[in-house]
Unconditional design. Structure first.
Length: 63
């Protein structure tokens, strides 16, 4: 049926014809690549969220 699955991927249900899946659990190809790109930036994003939360707290305390 033309399905392509990356190595070490976990398929737990039927995959539509022609789909490409990667990862565990297996995700559609583009979704997997986008998630992988964000995953690399998580430490930076975590620091930014903490800084933004602190800035909001400071703004609320200065009202």
């Amino acid at each position: 049926n033309g399905v392509k699955v990356g190595s070490k991927s976990g398929i737990d249900k039927d995959v539509p014809d022609g789909e490409i899946r990667f990862g565990y659990p297996a995700l559609p190809g583009m979704q997997y690549h986008r998630a992988s790109a964000v995953f690399k930036r998580l430490p930076e994003l975590d620091k930014r969220v903490i800084a933004l939360e602190k800035a909001l707290t400071d703004l609320n305390n200065n009202k």
